[in-house]
Design a binder for this molecule. Sequence first.
Ligand SMILES: [Mn+2]
Length: 204
Amino acid sequence: MKKSSTNVKRERVAEVRRDTKETQLAVRVNLDGKGVFAGSVGVPFFEHMLDLFTRHALVDLELKGKGDLQIDAHHTVEDVGIVLGQAVRQALGDRAGIERYGEAYVPMEESLARCVLDLCNRPYFRYNVSIPKAKVGEFDVELVEEFLRAFAFNAGITMHVELFYGSNLHHILEAVFKAVGRAFGKAIQCNSRIEGVLSTKGKL
Ligand SMILES: [Mn+2]
């Protein structure tokens, strides 16, 4: 089946800038990219995860800015989720002609994770990833849940993330971000057989 973007005429690119007392962030996302991540917010492990997400979603993401890291990385990581979600919502537009649903199982050595999502414009987030409250490098792993929730809520995504098993925290989080990336990449795919939005309601 030939998949094309005939349904989507405009460039699926969006830029969002958001300044608060806690963070000053700017993102640029291209949903029809090559999977290139560029930029930094001073949280190396988190940037490594964003790099995996974009590479496996085949979207391009530029991220600039900083946050109140002197406190911790919470505001910065959560707010990146907010601005990325807002940019994705803009880039998706009326969501016509896309697959809408995406799912992916991703193994990472001893770990196995899954993400199932719906670009339905009605946010819901379920995170069944029971891992200890610990750090990978300097990164508090509990912030992954904050990031993905902020992303899903601001992009209008129903997202279910599940970890079946795993022991190495780095492997587990790689599997999670790759699964979210692959599922997202599938859901944003254009399909020329889909007239309008993939919904009997005619609107998402
Ligand atoms: Mn790694």
